[in-house]
Write a protein that binds this ligand. Structure first.
Ligand code: NAP
Ligand code: GDD
Length: 341
């Protein structure tokens, strides 16, 4: 039985990846931080919890030692781009240096890099790199060779994580890969990200729980896919004989305005009656456009996405309608509702 350790197991991707690896027969360990973490009940049933924090080197060494994983998936990060301007140093520590700490924990526990250790042997490592690193894009679409020009402290921290992962691969023969994933969403997406903010608001406005939706730049263009599809690519990357970095996305571009239009259409409302542009949600430096060229992933991993953009947004609205209707009937959330994001 293969053993996997997932950091960020309480997040969107961590939950889908845990389900996927359990279904594939893995023993799955999840790193959870904090003494009384309110997200702890998001850990998927069957996952073994180990405590630790990307800010704390010795906790990571202890976690790797306890889980004895064949594969480590480093999904933990401060992942909300606007927060990275307000807490830039913390973002660099967690999202950037946290990667180095995890790599060092693997090196310390497995002995990789010591004299006599065979290159490529031992624990395989997946780093959650991001299309946000492309930032002010130099070409459309973006592939593994596209120049990085990050536009946020988050993007800069991810670029550090990306390069230190590659460096440990080249320096120590570690089987370490970066998945450069484009935006991926689901009903489990955090409520601060634009798709979920829109689908939840459309549902709540329909049910009379909210009057308006305040947004920033409606012209921003992203390549949005379904998170459940993207975690399959993570496992496929670590299953390759030769470690390499992969871009993962759909290759289709849509604007924030498209998300708004489809979400409000799903609940039978005209978005013009409810959406207000609010400068507080406009970023100091914007990533205007992202679009993936996933040829390498499609050819080498045989990975393809299964959920179309419009179906994804409608899926999220439907889930938010059901959840909001339940909350309307039971204003005090039950443990199950807490659990259901
Ligand atoms: P998410 O839902 O925001 O989850 C982030 C996770 O990181 C949570 O489990 C959080 O734990 C954990 N975390 C934060 N600080 C930590 C720390 N100091 N120590 C340990 N754990 C910590 O993010 P996601 O959407 O699942 O994304 C997963 C990863 O992929 C992230 O690294 C993100 O930057 C990257 N990524 C995401 C996308 C996307 O579109 N979703 C695209 C490209 C790359 P708590 O529950 O304790 O807060
Ligand atoms: N969050 C948010 N809230 N975004 C808004 C809003 C708003 O009210 N109004 C407009 N937007 C625009 C943002 O300016 C941005 O251009 C776009 O919507 C997407 O914003 P997010 O959903 O917050 O995602 P992101 O692209 O900044 O970052 C996500 O994707 C990255 C991969 O490219 C995150 O998941 C990152 O962790 C991930 O690395």
């Amino acid at each position: 039985m293969r053993r996997a350790l997932i950091t960020g197991v309480t997040g969107q991707d961590g939950s889908y990846l845990a389900e996927h690896l359990l279904a594939e027969g893995y023993q799955v360990w999840g790193l959870v931080r904090g003494q009384a973490n309110p997200h702890r009940d998001r850990v998927i049933e069957g996952v073994r919890v180990v405590e630790g924090d990307l800010l704390d080197q010795s906790s990571l060494v202890a976690a790797v030692d306890r889980a004895q994983p064949d594969e480590v998936y480093n999904l933990a990060a401060i992942s909300y781009v606007p927060m990275s301007w307000h807490q830039a140093e913390l973002t660099a520590e967690v999202t950037g240096l946290g990667v180095l700490r995890m790599l060092e924990a693997i090196r310390m526990v497995s002995g990789i890099g010591r004299a006599g250790a065979s290159p490529g042997a031992g624990i395989r490592f997946y780093q959650a790199s991001s299309s946000e690193m492309f930032g002010k894009v130099s070409e459309v679409p973006q592939n593994e060779a596209t120049t990085l020009h990050p536009r946020s402290p988050y993007g800069v921290a991810k670029a550090y994580g990306h390069f230190i992962t590659r460096n440990y691969r080249e320096s120590f023969g570690l089987h370490a890969v970066s998945g450069i994933l484009f935006n991926h969403e689901s009903p489990r997406r955090g409520r601060e990200f634009v798709t979920r903010k829109i689908t939840l608001s459309a549902a709540r406005i329909k049910l009379g729980l909210q009057r308006e939706l305040r947004l920033g730049n409606l012209d921003a263009v992203r390549d949005w896919g379904f998170a459940g599809d993207y975690v399959r690519a993570m496992r496929l990357m670590l299953a390759q004989d030769r470690p390499a970095d992969y871009v993962v996305g759909t290759g289709h571009m849509h604007s924030v305005r498209d998300v708004v239009r489809i979400a409000f259409d799903t609940v039978g409302l005209d978005w013009h009656d409810h959406v207000v542009i609010d400068p507080q949600f406009v970023r100091p430096a914007e990533v205007e456009l992202l679009c993936a060229d996933s040829t390498r992933a499609r050819v080498e991993l045989r990975w393809t996405p299964t959920v179309e953009f419009e179906d994804l947004i409608r899926m999220m609205v439907t889930a938010d309608l059901e959840r909001s209707a339940r909350e309307q009937q039971t204003p005090v959330a039950t443990p199950q509702e807490h659990r259901a994001w």
